[in-house]
Design a protein around this ligand. Structure first.
Ligand SMILES: NC(=O)c1ccc[n+]([C@@H]2O[C@H](COP(=O)([O-])OP(=O)(O)OC[C@H]3O[C@@H](n4cnc5c(N)ncnc54)[C@H](O)[C@@H]3O)[C@@H](O)[C@H]2O)c1
Length: 269
């Protein structure tokens, strides 16, 4: 059926693909006929996940903070599959759970977050563009966040890093348009992936993992539904597929309306 093969023949490289949103997207892409390479700093988990995903999935060890490793991941994908159609720059970190206020911010820590979340993303875009421009096609995706739409949802370095991503996407879209290459980002709301569960464990040290997952889901605004990894995976599937052939420079917010409104807090009497 056509909707089961929306990525037939396509090759995707996903950074941070060993866990959470990247892993869910790898699984979704595979179900739709793509061949997938997951690039992750966690080689043990990455190998396990690639095996679990099946014969059309492969793993490459890669720290997105090191440009040569990102370049190598792109080159190895092209060497194995002969092409790169989809580059999903998804790897990211939150930084410390209890960051200091701005007056005490450790700029080395700030640099560490920016190195992974911004520089790593730019490295992925750069090296994907290197092979997509000559092919005159391709879809580049980046994971931003609702922390990049409103202040106060995350630590300063994380928030600043995520605000940067829609700007990178718009800047690069202007150039890549001329070569038939699309670039978009996705901004999810909190989803209880290992990253978020570990972050929330710092806020609720006595809570079980199930309770933390519940707390994260209760943050949502859209009644009768909750945001799951697969919701981001399906957004990525859409943007990667030909159904989004005329969409570039866009930030697809997956937040059930969370960032659309703020209610007036009237006094109770
Ligand atoms: N889960 C959420 O609620 C949420 C919301 C908005 C945005 N995001 C973003 O989604 C992305 C994925 O996060 P997740 O929630 O799936 O977390 P996760 O921890 O489940 O997965 C992140 C993956 O990235 C890998 N990684 C970390 N540093 C890396 C590096 N330097 N090089 C390569 N791989 C590296 C980790 O090993 C891990 O496999 C991040 O960019 C995050 O900021 C997550």
């Amino acid at each position: 059926m056509w909707w089961e093969s929306r990525l037939e023949g396509k090759v995707a490289l996903i950074t941070g693909g060993a866990s959470g949103l990247g892993r869910a997207t790898a699984s979704e892409f595979l179900q739709h006929g793509a061949r997938v390479v997951i690039a992750d700093i966690d080689s043990q988990l990455g190998r396990q996940v690639a095996k679990w995903l099946g014969p059309e999935a492969h793993f490459i060890e890669c720290d997105v903070g090191v440009e040569s490793q990102v370049a190598e991941a792109v080159d190895m994908t092209v060497a194995r599959h002969g092409r790169l159609d989809i580059m999903y720059n998804n790897a990211g970190i939150t930084g410390p759970v209890f960051p200091p206020g701005i007056a005490d911010l450790d700029l080395d820590e700030f640099d560490r977050v920016m190195r992974i979340n911004v520089r790593g993303m730019i490295a992925g875009i750069k090296h994907a563009a290197r092979v997509m421009i000559p092919a005159l096609s391709g879809s580049i995706l980046c994971t931003a966040s609702i922390s990049g739409l409103m202040g106060g949802l995350g630590p300063h370095p994380y928030t600043i890093s995520k605000f940067t991503i829609p700007g990178i996407v718009k800047s690069v879209a202007t150039e890549l348009c001329k070569h038939g290459v699309r670039i978009n980002c996705i901004s999810p709301c909190p989803i209880p992936t290992p990253m978020v569960v570990s972050q929330f464990s710092g806020f609720f040290p006595d809570a079980t993992q199930d309770r933390i997952m519940e707390i994260v889901h209760e943050l949502g605004e859209l009644k009768g539904s909750m945001c799951e990894e697969v919701d981001v995976a399906k957004a990525a599937l859409y943007l990667a597929s030909n159904e989004a052939k005329y969409i570039t420079g866009h930030n697809l917010v997956v937040d059930g309306g969370f960032t659309c409104f703020k209610n007036l807090q009237f006094p109770s009497s």
